[in-house]
Design a protein around this ligand. Structure first.
Ligand code: AMP
Length: 280
């Protein structure tokens, strides 16, 4: 596995692969890799000649009071997981390489960036879209693989690709969960043993609402109340939002119909977790 840290090195390597007619599959990550990330690499491995993974904890997508400086890191472990997953190139630029000066150019996907996560984390999706655009111009992928875990992020990236006519296919992969249903996340490492046990309530709550919908309940309020009631069964959980939205526009729905998505964001202790589930 080749490790590249410079943007121009990455671009020339991508150019040489493209000139040989090889397809590049790309998995952007912030590292501290788990089986969710590995599933994206596996899909890239199946569908592309060359698999590239980036590890970059992007400062511009963290708010001033968020966890940028304490975000978990494990370079050695990540390298091994990438090698085991058959990754060809690990792109690990330093912050000074990606942002040699205070950034003055940003990619903003208006509208969908401002609701849900964006309402609570102002500027978050501007940071995400900007760094993904910069990573795309470094890695020059044919296909890029993202997880449904970050549902809104997928919508923002698709919006960016469409709006800027970028020649990259976006592939969204299902959420990989722990045995008790908790969506895998690098941030789960912040949870202590008791919080980790309680965190399983998030999926239980989403799943119960999905079952209500499957049984014919059409009022979004009833599903939200169900989720709220189940979350309340565990102590110390505070809710940022519970929303049922249209998967394209991310606008709240008046009636539950096919392909709606349930999204939740909660705090357990000092850890903020998000999850979602497609219904019907
Ligand atoms: P992150 O390192 O958290 O920025 O995530 C990198 C990519 O992995 C994003 O596209 C995430 O949506 C995806 N991802 C994170 N957790 C999971 C999961 N549990 N299942 C599937 N994909 C995931």
């Amino acid at each position: 596995m080749k490790i590249i840290t410079g943007i121009s090195d990455m671009q020339s390597f991508a150019d040489s692969l493209r000139s040989q007619g090889r397809t590049i599959g790309f998995v952007p990550t912030m590292g501290f890799l788990h089986d969710g990330h590995v599933s994206l690499m596996g899909r890239a491995r199946q569908s592309c000649d060359i698999v590239m993974v980036s590890i970059f904890v992007n400062p511009t997508q963290f708010g001033p009071r968020e966890d940028f400086s304490r975000y978990p890191r494990d370079e050695e472990g990540d390298r091994k997981k990438c090698e085991a997953a058959g990754v060809d190139v690990l792109f690990m630029p330093a912050v000074a390489e990606m942002y040699p000066e205070k950034p003055s150019v940003f990619v903003v996907v208006e509208g969908i960036s401002d609701v849900l996560e964006g309402a609570i984390r102002p500027g978050h999706f501007r940071g995400v879209a900007t760094v993904v655009a910069k990573l795309f111009s470094s890695v020059k992928p044919h296909k890029a693989f993202f997880g449904q875990k970050d549902f809104q992020q997928c919508a923002v990236i698709k919006g960016m690709v469409k709006g800027l006519n970028l020649d990259v296919e976006i592939v969204v992969m299902p959420i990989v969960r722990e045995k008790d249903g908790l969506a895998m996340s690098s941030r789960n490492s912040y949870l202590n043993v008791d919080e980790r046990r309680r965190a399983a309530v998030i999926y239980r709550a989403l799943f119960a609402a999905k079952q209500l919908a499957a049984a014919g309940v059409r009022e979004p309020e009833k599903l939200r109340n169900k989720i709220q009631a189940i979350l309340a069964e565990e102590k110390g959980i505070s809710i940022d939002y519970i929303e049922i939205v249209d998967p394209e526009s991310l606008a709240p729905v008046n009636a539950v119909t096919e392909n709606m998505v349930l999204l939740v964001a909660v705090h357990i202790g000092s850890t903020r977790l998000i999850d979602n589930l497609l219904i019907l």
